[in-house]
Design a protein. Structure first.
Length: 298
């Protein structure tokens, strides 16, 4: 009985030693370097280049985990990743899945693997690359990327017209993007305040997304398409018209207000000559809050 216990203890020690040797033994696979741009714009897709070395004399299967490759507009790191492997001087894309880890076959010598990166929020993002072989962490590297943050601005313009004996004050608004990238999910609040009573008459909140190619965007755009057909050939001609409408229309009546509804504008206020109003437009995006105001009448 005693001999069996001794033999069992020796077996456990040998097994533990073997596991420890396997765990501590250097791997044939290593990350030589990882390369990525120092700066990216919000919404810009780019690549992370992973240079790897396989010192074995044959092909080796490894599992690669790229952490924080994609971050959504809420700042949540997505689990999925897109990897491509260089083979015969061309890039082959691996199957796109939501799993963070992907199996890759490495040939003896140098291997290059590319992972796509994309971020919807500004700030410093840390990307970590882990390589596993047979369930054991073979190597890991990290790199930091600065995601540039553009700035938003609100611009207001006014126009005064006459409808019969009534004054019609129109306020046009524009959301402007300065810097590279784009700004998704900008919340814009438009409010009209009666300055005589210091009360909010009407308010509305709308959502916008700004892209670099459209650096200045009107708050209200109506699109209309008109198609005509040639009666002989049947050829179709389509004309698209865009109307930039005011965000606020304030009608100041001398006597009675008009019956005009000004349906293109999200806020319509009908008052009397002598009333005084203030239009306040506030835009919020990430940690930015910008505001602009205009008094009616001037």
């Amino acid at each position: 009985m005693k001999n069996k216990m001794i033999a069992g203890a020796i077996a456990i020690v040998l097994l533990f030693a073997a596991l420890l040797f396997w765990y501590l033994a250097p791997s044939d696979v290593s990350i030589v370097s990882i390369e990525a741009p120092e700066e990216l714009s919000i919404g810009q897709l780019s690549g992370l280049l992973i240079n790897m070395q396989n010192n074995a004399s044959e092909d080796v299967n490894v599992t690669i985990n790229v952490k924080n490759a994609f971050v959504d507009e809420k700042g949540v790191s997505l689990k999925g990743s897109i990897l491509m492997v260089e083979e015969n001087f061309s890039w082959l894309q691996l199957n796109v899945t939501e799993k963070p880890q992907k199996e890759v076959r490495l040939k003896p010598g140098s291997n290059r693997i590319s992972a796509e990166l994309g971020y919807q929020v500004p700030g410093t993002q840390k990307v970590e690359v882990e390589v596993y072989r047979q369930g054991k962490l073979a190597d890991s590297r990290t790199i930091e990327i600065n995601i540039l943050k553009p700035t938003i601005e609100v611009l207001l313009q006014s126009y005064k017209g006459i409808n019969g004996t009534n004054e019609v004050h129109s306020v046009y608004g524009y959301l402007q993007l300065k810097g590279k990238g784009y700004a998704p999910g900008v919340a814009v609040n438009i409010s009209v305040i009666n300055e005589l009573t210091n009360t909010t008459v009407k308010t509305v909140t709308r959502g916008y997304s700004l892209r670099e190619s459209y650096s200045s965007q009107p708050f209200v755009v109506w699109e209309y398409r008109n198609s005509t057909y040639d009666p002989v050939t049947g050829a179709k001609t389509t004309i698209q018209t865009e109307t930039y409408a005011p965000i606020v229309v304030i009608e100041l009546a001398k006597d009675e207000p008009s019956t005009e509804k000004y349906v293109m504008s999200p806020i319509v206020v009908k008052g009397k000559i002598g009333d005084r109003y203030k239009v306040v437009v506030t835009a919020r995006w990430v940690d930015q809050v910008v505001s602009s105001e205009m008094r009616i009448p001037h």
